[in-house]
Design a protein around this ligand. Sequence first.
Ligand code: BTN
Length: 264
Amino acid sequence: MSEIKIPIPTRPDIIWNLRHLVDVDSTNSYATDLAKMGLPEGQIILADHQSAGRGRLDRDWIDSPGSSVLMSILLRPKFPPQFFYLITAALSLAASQTLQSKFSVSCKLKWPNDVMVADKKICGILAEAAYGGVENAWVVAGIGLNCSQSRDELAGVGQGATSIFAESGIRLSEEGRVDLAQQLAAQFASLYISLGDSDRRIGLRGLYKSACDTIGKRVRVEMPGETLIGVASDISPEGNLLVETDSGTRAVPAGDVIHLRKGL
Ligand code: BTN
């Protein structure tokens, strides 16, 4: 295990501290334990391998050691909890911006938590929150970013997937991966800080909307006990997906979205 402070100039009261582990069950579980122990926000857990990585909707997130950025960030937001969904938006934007600036890989965002390159998933986000009043709220924002998987390895993944190597031909060393994690964390940190200010929050929502491929698409949204079909028209100020259905506009805070072809 190694530990470094990342010099990210956000707020003087937040120290961004990266703990790099070789092996862990799940960086989200590890960061959740730190949250429950009362550690301050800004703790970043990075692992080379997870033995029990988790995706959304209780899915497994499987990696081979050293192939991905597997990272979770502990946050203690002071803004109202209805805006916590925007943390996922901020992390996906940060990933997309970092992939563009560092590797010239252009991404689109699929609401709520996927970063895509030409309809293939390069990165997924799992944000988990607990709210016990403003003083006791925490969010663990986890991200899994495919780095060095080859096209052959990715062909075995059910849903279309891609990686930095598959898209750019660049195979990151361990040092390169840690460096990428730090850049991604820094990019996210400045977007996260903007969520604390209502005007800047509107700006972030605008950025997310212009990067989001779901807007304007006909979609099927699967939620526990309900499926919606309609056209995704907008993102609400809280980060919900607005869907125009036959029975009116619905605001969806969370769900599994399938982009439908016209006519379906
Ligand atoms: C998804 O697309 O379903 C979300 C995947 C999130 C995976 C990351 S890897 C780092 C962090 N730790 C976990 O156990 N999950 C997230």
